[in-house]
Design a protein around this ligand. Structure first.
Ligand code: GLN
Length: 307
């Protein structure tokens, strides 16, 4: 297949860009090798193509948000989840302390405020341990293999998660969460500390693209309507305050995380993942975004292009 050669070409075209900086507000993330670069593509019938560093593991961070949103939708239903968290793009940074005027809900599940509420909607109230187990099992089902938690990253982030404690206290003050804010942030941070490879992320994205069915294990992880809802919210809110630029130039639902991962999901076609730790000012991987731009242009992946 010419695809791996093509992917190597894309990496060479993007590889020289060393702009941006690794996230350092989480001390453990400042330790990673910033030169790592990988890309993986998975078709909905389970073919995996990869180039560069697709095996090394990193913490999933905000890329967990669409998948835990999917698990909450599946467990609680659309109405119950919408009742707590809206689906409007915020145009703000991922860690903004903001709530919707009027309703007081977090604006969407892709920013931290919304993701923290969505996290607490899994499992039984008051059982953070059970919730963490469900998150790990759910993310593993999306990946099609058992994932684990990076304890060092988890410890390092909980020790410095002052911004998320502020967000959780804001949420607690209006009863959007009902548990102790510190416990909630700890459990949400465990969710962010699940370790994945670029290859895992491509399979997870392909599961969304494939209507909730893992393309290799063939497990129906979530129902089709859930996958549709999640990809819709990724399209409008997945790239935070660059969501509009992203959807107009790259043109497919995506989600980035501060460890340098980025995923794209093309309904009925592909799951895409790229990894490179240096970030742009929005908190998205510089070279990961560049790789996605290349793939979109070369392979005609923009959703608004006529077929
Ligand atoms: N764990 C990180 C945080 O909550 C995730 C942020 C991200 O990846 N954008 O700050």
């Amino acid at each position: 297949s010419p695809i791996p050669d093509y992917l190597h070409e894309v990496l060479s075209a993007c590889g020289a860009d060393t702009s941006g900086a690794v996230a350092d507000y989480i001390p453990e993330l400042a330790q990673v090798d910033p030169d790592r670069l990988g890309v993986a593509l998975t078709t909905v019938d389970g073919a995996v193509y990869e180039a560069g560093d697709c095996e090394s593991r990193f913490t999933i961070q905000s890329i967990s948000k669409p998948f835990v949103y999917a698990l909450a939708l599946q467990q609680r239903g659309l109405e119950a989840v919408l009742d707590q968290v809206d689906v409007e793009p915020s145009g703000e940074a991922f860690n903004e302390l903001s709530l919707e005027k009027g309703s007081g809900r977090p604006l969407n599940p892709m920013i931290n405020a919304g993701a923290i509420v969505v996290h607490t909607m899994l499992g039984d109230p008051g059982d953070p341990q059970g919730r963490c187990d469900q998150v790990l099992a759910g993310l593993s089902a999306f990946a099609g293999r058992p994932l684990d938690v990076d304890e060092a990253a988890y410890g390092s982030e909980t020790a410095t998660a002052f911004r998320n404690y502020a967000i959780a206290n804001m949420l607690r003050s209006r009863d959007s969460i009902t548990e102790d804010p510190e416990d909630v942030v700890a459990a949400y941070t465990r969710q962010c500390s699940v370790r994945v490879s670029t290859r895992d992320l491509a399979l997870m994205a392909a599961t969304l693209a494939n209507g909730g069915v893992h393309p290799v294990s063939e497990e129906q992880v979530v129902e089709e309507w859930v996958a549709r809802q999640v990809m819709s919210v990724m399209a409008t809110c997945g790239m935070y305050d660059s969501a509009g630029d992203w959807i107009s130039t790259v043109g497919f639902p995506a989600k980035s995380g501060v460890s340098g991962g980025i995923i794209g999901a093309l309904p009925g076609q592909l799951g895409i993942a790229a990894f490179s730790p240096r970030l742009d000012p929005h908190g998205s991987s510089v070279r990961g975004v560049e790789v996605c731009r290349h793939l979109s242009a070369d392979m005609g992946l923009h959703m608004m292009d006529a077929p």
